[in-house]
Write a protein that binds this ligand. Structure first.
Ligand code: NAD
Length: 467
């Protein structure tokens, strides 16, 4: 009996959605292959595919309110974030990749006079993506747009608890004129639907965003089956490095450090969950940071004034509280939060939490908690700041704050992470590549023209001239 995917605890979501079985995944992959080979999409001029994708973006704009509501209900994200960031960001991604697709070029290489040697990038055919629950639409858009723009047929599995906004996009894709079967959204569990995608021999490339634990399983499944190209975007434990001279940035520093730590209740892969602050200003910075964190409104995600909604489920909340308790028992000071509060029955609301004086070996400093929890550590030298920042097997993101640009850039270059922002918290816009190092990921980047590399493979063609 297949599980029904129920809306998350405390949401107002409607009818459960049936999960797609492993056997059905296989049928979908076979049919996707047929659709690809038919050329209804892959055979179009790139410019024509771009026009259809731009129509999809327009339809998403038309239905922006619906998409925001579904995202808010399924993921428990504050509606304001969905309306102001997630939905517009997803629409912008579709537009950006659509507009880019007829500007991709190959190369001619410097072979001898009797030869023309060139390279081109070709779609794989059938490709797949597996998504996390924390940014369902934004992550879907980062994958749908470049994968389809180059002509692939895409099978996309949303996270178990957050399928509805992505299913709505599938309906809009049909309305925009993307032929049936080119984009398939298959809701389901990781253990069945996701695992079947990872093992399917027809899928040429799979782009995964989610936890490092699951990424390892998917990579192993690909290795044991058809060696499909796997791209992994996974977890993080990102540092925010704050030098004394950055306090001059005033409210900008505090508000961005807060955003970096607590957006989406800290359930964000680039969350700056480790604050590293120069000892001489640690007291002042921490006081201002804690005051701003205390002012965040924990509440019903559907209330436009809410800053912090629920965490994804009760298990996640219990795990967070246990790790906080363990740190406290080991000698850490809880400056703020560290508790669950009742807002809506069934939801799990962890209050913004700040700890300092954390023992160096505490789990809270090394595990991705994926909740509204930050630790504050101090440093006295630049070298110490860099060593602390790099003290993690992850390598997704970091931010560095200093008014001395030479120092800020030097430190940014010394941090082992794929995305570093200076004097801001930012993942960059669509022109900058996004991807992790180390246990945060490998195999390709999202965003920028380089994202097309995940969805295409390079072919070298050697033409011998006979003259
Ligand atoms: P998760 O790993 O539990 O699940 C991610 C997806 O994988 C889901 O769709 C799930 O159903 C599927 N899955 C689970 N087991 C599977 C299996 N055996 N085979 C195939 N698929 C399987 O992650 P999550 O809890 O949904 O998301 C949170 C994680 O995602 C965090 O670690 C976060 O840092 C990470 N994340 C990373 C990025 C990034 O760009 N680096 C972005 C967002 C989230």
């Amino acid at each position: 009996m297949l599980p029904l995917l129920r809306p998350r605890d405390g949401s107002t979501g409607d009818t459960p959605i049936p999960a797609v079985s492993a056997a059905e995944v296989s049928e979908h992959a076979r049919d996707a292959e047929r659709v690809y080979a038919s050329g209804v999409w892959s055979g179009l001029e790139p410019r024509d595919r771009a026009a259809v994708l731009l129509r999809l973006a327009d339809l998403m704009q038309r239905d922006a309110d619906v998409l925001a509501r579904l995202e808010c209900e399924d993921a428990g994200k504050p509606i304001r974030e969905c309306v102001e960031n997630d939905v517009p960001g997803a629409i912008e991604s579709i537009r950006w990749f659509a507009e880019a697709v007829d500007k991709l070029t190959g190369q001619t290489t410097p072979a001898g006079p009797g030869v023309i040697a060139l390279t081109e990038r070709e779609p794989f055919g059938v490709v797949a993506a597996i998504l996390p629950w924390n940014y369902p639409l934004a992550m879907a858009a980062w994958k749908i747009a470049p994968a389809l723009a180059v002509g692939n047929s895409l099978i996309l599995k949303p996270a178990d608890t957050t399928p509805r906004s992505v299913l709505h996009v599938e309906r809009l894709a049909l309305e925009a004129g993307i032929p049936a079967g080119v984009l398939r959204v298959l809701p389901g569990t990781g253990a069945e639907t996701g695992a079947a995608l990872a093992r399917d021999p027809r899928i040429g490339a799979l782009s995964f965003t989610g936890s490092t634990r699951t990424g390892r399983v998917i990579l192993a499944a690909a290795a044991e089956t058809n060696l499909k190209r796997v791209s992994l975007e996974m977890g993080g434990k990102s540092p925010q490095v704050i030098f004394a001279d950055a306090l001059g940035y005033g409210e900008d520093l505090i508000s961005q450090a807060i955003e970096c730590a607590f957006v989406t209740a800290g359930q964000n892969c680039t969350a700056g969950s480790r604050i590293l602050v120069e000892a001489s200003v640690a007291e002042e910075f921490t006081r201002r940071f804690v005051a701003a964190a205390r002012a965040l409104r924990v509440g019903d995600p559907e209330d436009p004034n809410t800053d912090i909604g629920p965490v994804i489920n009760g298990d996640a909340a219990r795990r967070m509280l246990a790790v906080i308790e363990e740190a406290r028992a080991g000698g850490a000071r809880v400056l703020l939060g560290g508790e669950e509060v009742q807002v809506i029955p069934g939801g799990h609301y962890v209050t913004p939490t700040v700890l300092d004086q954390v023992p160096a070996d505490a789990r809270i400093l090394s595990e991705e908690l994926f909740g509204p929890i930050v630790t504050v550590q101090t440093f006295t030298t630049e070298a110490e700041a860099i060593a602390l920042a790099n003290h993690t097997p992850y390598g997704l993101a970091a931010s560095v704050w200093s008014s001395n640009i030479d120092r800020a850039l030097g430190v940014a270059r010394s941090i082992r992470a794929g995305v570093v922002s200076i004097n801001s918290y930012s993942e960059g816009d669509l022109t900058s590549p996004f991807g992790g190092w180390g246990e945060s990921g490998f195999g390709g980047v999202e965003k920028s023209l380089r994202a097309f590399e995940q969805w295409t493979r390079e072919k070298a063609i050697w033409v011998q001239l006979h003259r």
